[in-house]
Design a protein around this ligand. Structure first.
Ligand SMILES: C[S@@+](CC[C@H](N)C(=O)[O-])C[C@H]1O[C@@H](n2cnc3c(N)ncnc32)[C@H](O)[C@@H]1O
Length: 368
């Protein structure tokens, strides 16, 4: 079996079955996979609105499977290849609806993927439930996972927070369906080119959260190329795989039309500088606390004497600020920096963390 040269397929769309195409990609080469596979909607008879007009569902041949067992077999086959080509520290996103996402998640766990989040994409403009027979189905689920629990994956926490007006980004995302000019049209009929084109805003968040500039994102079910379009806008590289040539033509035209700013500032993002590590010994070396000084907890229930080597002694126990803090509280862990206090010149009880902050400031670190 021939193997693709990675540079030759970067920023291109491969016209093939994704399982066959992925088989030609070397192991551990892809940073992130975004997969929007067939949902197996099993729609049955055509759906009509109360005014008797047709509801455009997904009736395409690519979305239909003979049975749920067939769907499972297919899911397992593409996912095994996806897992093999994903880097050890890479992540995979799979989007689906209630029709398939539970089976997808089950298969992912069976294959050894480690789930990081399930994201609810809450559609702000969902299609109504025309028959009034059940709740309006207003969301889809994205499963975000690593290859194994120990993976050191990319998560742009600070960038997500900055995108969200400085509030931690949650796992529920309010994003409208893809409509208006963003929606690709069939040039002859004027109808939607693709029944399930995803909104760029959704991919924007996925790509910003889990990749770095220059990373390779593979989408095995490329459709209209939403992943490629956003990857290009954000300075990432993509590999698309799609078996329908009409979708590929639409995707290529869409991506080619995107103009990207050449100013590097555009792609910079918030990234918290890690606070430098300061050992408790540094506080003693600088004379901020002297050997023999006494440290107390906030309520003065426990006290310990500071030794010259930076350890503490509390009754007969010796250990680090963290170990003795944990002992004092009968707990397994403790952040000694916030547990222990000293008495300052004004006879006030002050947390030793203020001394660590002094040292960090000397080192030029400015906290947030
Ligand atoms: C749910 S749609 C993806 C839509 C896409 N995310 C977008 O925004 O346009 C799934 C796509 O996968 C393609 N597809 C289905 N099975 C495939 C396979 N085995 N190999 C490659 N493409 C496949 C279909 O033609 C369809 O375009």
């Amino acid at each position: 079996m021939s193997t693709y040269h990675l540079d030759k397929i970067l920023n291109t769309v491969i016209n093939a079955d994704c399982i066959e195409a992925m088989k030609q990609i070397a192991d551990n080469t892809i940073d992130v996979i975004f997969a929007d596979p067939p949902y197996n909607l099993q729609l049955g008879e055509a759906l009509r609105r109360p005014d008797n007009t047709d509801v455009k569902g997904v009736y395409e041949e690519w979305d239909s499977f003979e049975s749920i067992a067939e769907y499972d077999k297919y899911t397992k086959a593409w996912m095994q290849e996806a897992r093999r080509i994903l880097k050890e520290n890479g992540t995979i996103w799979v989007i689906g609806s209630y029709h398939n996402i539970f089976r997808v998640g089950y298969i992912m766990q069976d294959l050894g993927f480690w789930i990081l989040n399930d994201i609810i994409w809450n559609k702000t403009n969902p299609m109504p439930n025309f028959k009034g027979t059940r709740f309006t189905n207003a969301h889809e689920t994205l499963i975000w996972a690593t290859k194994n629990p120990k993976a050191k994956y990319t998560f742009k926490y600070e960038a997500m927070k900055a995108l969200n007006d400085d509030v931690q980004m949650r796992s529920t995302w309010e994003i409208p369906l893809c409509t208006g000019n963003e929606r690709l049209k069939n040039k002859t009929t004027g109808e939607k080119l693709h029944p399930t084109q995803k909104p760029e805003a959704l991919l924007y968040r996925v790509i910003m959260a889990s990749t770095n500039v220059g990373d390779i994102i593979l989408d095995p079910f490329f459709g209209t190329g939403t992943t490629g379009a956003v990857a290009k806008k954000l300075g990432r590289q993509f590999i698309g795989i799609e078996k329908d040539t009409a979708y590929i033509a639409g995707a290529k035209e869409r991506i080619a039309a995107i103009k990207v700013s050449s100013d590097e500032t555009a792609l910079e993002y918030s990234c918290k500088r890690k606070a430098p590590k300061v050992p408790f010994g540094a506080v003693i070396e600088r004379g901020l606390i002297a050997p023999g000084d006494i440290l107390y907890d906030e309520k003065k229930l426990h006290k310990a004497i500071v030794r010259s080597d930076g350890t503490l002694k509390m009754k007969n126990e010796v250990g680090s600020i963290h170990q003795l803090g944990a002992k004092a509280q009968n707990s397994v862990t403790c952040n000694g920096w916030v547990y222990w206090h000293f008495i300052n010149e004004q006879k006030k009880l002050v947390c030793i963390d203020t001394l660590r902050e002094l040292i960090r400031a000397e080192m030029g670190y400015v906290g947030e």
